[in-house]
Structure formats: C-alpha cells, structure tokens
Design a protein around this ligand. Structure first.
Ligand code: GLU
Length: 320
C-alpha cells in the first residue's frame, strides 16, 4: 500500500506554499488509496515551538486534509514527532560510525562562511564543505578536540549519483557534489538528513512528495539509505511557488499564513481552489474542496517550472 507523508517543521506558521505542498502530497496518496502520515520535524528543538506544531495540525484539518497516522492520533510507527525519536537517530549514527563513514569536524561557522565566499559554491544547506577535517591525522584531531567539540560528517563516496524523480525527471549529481554533510551538529542535534531518512524508512514511507528546494538533499539521503541498508522511497519534487522576481514565496510576510487568511474570513475551499488552479489540477478558478480533487489528480498535471504568484492572484486569494 502506498504510504506518503507531510513533514512540517514547526518553526514558523504554515503559509500558502506549505499548504500547497501538503495538498499535493495528500492528493498523491489519496488518489492511490494509500495511507497519509503527518510527522512533526522538530529535530531542531531550539527553533521549534509546540504551539506552532498544534497550529499546523489545526491548519491542515481546516484545509480539509486528513491523515491515518500522526502526532495527535498516533499509529503503529510512532511517535510521530522527531524530538521523541532521538534513540533511533543515535542508533543510525552508530551504524554509520561502525562502518567508518563518519568523521569529526572542528570547523567553525565563521570558517565555513569564509569558505563560502571563496568559489566553492553553495548547496541548499549552506556552503559546500570542502573536506578540511576529512584527512586530519590523529595528532591534528587531538589538538583540535582540545579546543572545540566536533560535529560529525558523512564521508560521501567519489562517484556520481542519479535517480529518476517522478516530477523532475532523471537527476544526475556529479561525484562530490554537495560535499560531506553533517549527521550530528556540535551542539548534539542530529541533522535533518539523518532524521528524515531514518523516519521515512522506519515509517515505511513509499512516496515522498515535497518542494524542489529539497532536490539537492536527495542524493545525500540516497547515500544514507544505501549505507543504512534501507530501500529508498520514490521521490517527487514539485516546483515551488515564487514571487514575480523569482524569490521564494516563503520569504513573504505573515499575511499569507493560513492563520491570517482564516482570521480574515477566507474559506478553505477558496484557498484550495486558488492553489488547484495554479497547480494545474483544476481548469477553472473556483472554490473547491480538497477531496473533490482526488479522482482527477495526476502528478503529470503539475507545472514543471516554478509557479509565479503575482499580486493579482494574492489579492484574489485574500478576498472572501
Ligand atoms: N521538514 C522539512 C521542511 O519543512 C520537510 C522535509 C521533507 O519533506 O523531506 O522543509
């Protein structure tokens, strides 16, 4: 049975872009008669807020989305909140460590930012790590360890990675792209990459649909699936909603949060209708319930380029 999920990070309010991702992930699973799971990704505890986690669930329900397993209702693969699953990530890190795939990294953020200004490039997670601490001798390591507690990095193999994305098509990443990535931060917090792979594997997720901002995380996650001995899910990365200048919608003010729209009296079917029309799911711009979109949903209908939302669309969205 297909199993998909929406995995919000409760560090901010849910906005119209997140709502669209949730809607598409839900439609993909509901149209395949599968099970839909909500997982709260509060692995970065200091940045996450329980009140926001509660509000996100409320927003999703208000939109007319439902789930079979989640933080509020539990399920066979729970808990569905990352901060309650640390033991699992600990075990995974130990498994990688035992294979000699992790090494301590003592580089500070300032050092890495300085590197970022040099022409090594950026990935969605910041500067591409050029491997400074990969080849340290024992003595060098000991000297650095006396001054700073390390993060743990994953040694990526020297070979290209490719996979077939259900929306973005064949994806190829050259050897070394992205650089060695963090598994556990110096402050003890496990990385998104490790947590998301362990959770999707443990929760038996078969289909991951998410925004294309996470496309370049996928090769890293594929490497972790391989190293940990799990079968990866099928990936569908959908183009983001963007501002007319091409920047991410997420950067916009709180006026586009679901809470703000709801408080302004906008109805959920109005929002679903607006999202469905710009996402190629419905021909007309008219209010519609999420469940009415299930039958005709196809991933292939979703535009393959970022969708620009102009002020006209945003104004209409905010009209009741
Ligand atoms: N928690 C991630 C986010 O909010 C999503 C992770 C994923 O879908 O893989 O961006």
């Amino acid at each position: 049975m297909p199993r998909g999920r929406f995995a919000p990070t409760p560090s901010g309010e849910m906005h119209i872009g997140n709502a669209r991702t949730a809607l598409l992930a839900w439609l993909q699973i509901r149209s395949a008669d599968g099970q839909f799971i909500i997982r709260m990704e509060d692995i970065d505890r200091p940045r996450s807020k329980p009140a926001l986690a509660r509000q996100i669930l409320e927003d999703l329900r208000w939109l007319g989305l439902d789930w079979d397993e989640g933080p509020d209702i539990g399920g066979p693969y729970g808990p569905y909140t990352q901060s309650q699953r640390l033991e699992l990530y600990e075990q995974a890190a130990a498994k990688l460590q035992a294979q000699g795939l992790l090494y301590p990294c003592y580089c500070s953020r300032a050092e890495l930012n300085a590197i970022a200004r040099a022409p090594h490039g950026l990935s969605s997670e910041g500067p591409v790590y050029p491997g400074i601490c990969r080849g340290l001798t024992d003595d060098e390591r000991a000297a650095k360890a006396a001054r700073k507690s390390p993060s743990l990095r994953f040694t990526i193999p020297d070979r290209p990675i490719s996979y077939k994305d259900q929306a973005a098509g064949l994806q190829s990443f050259s050897a070394g792209s992205g650089g060695d990535f963090i598994i556990k931060r110096a402050d003890g917090i496990f990385s998104y990459q490790l947590a998301v792979v362990m959770d999707d594997a443990a929760m038996q997720i078969t289909d991951v649909l998410r925004g294309s901002d996470l496309l370049d995380s996928t090769p890293r996650q594929l490497l972790l699936y391989e190293a940990l001995g799990y079968q990866p899910p099928s990936f569908t990365h959908v183009p983001l909603l963007v501002e007319p200048d091409g920047s991410r919608l997420a950067k916009r003010s709180g006026a586009l949060s679901l809470r703000a729209l709801r408080e302004a009296g906008v109805l959920p079917e109005h929002i679903i209708g607006a999202l469905a029309s710009i996402s190629g799911l419905h021909d007309r711009v008219e209010p519609i319930h999420a469940r009415e979109l299930i039958r005709s949903f196809r991933v292939s209908k979703i535009p393959d380029k970022p969708v620009t939302v102009d002020s006209d669309w945003l104004e209409k969205l905010q009209q009741r």
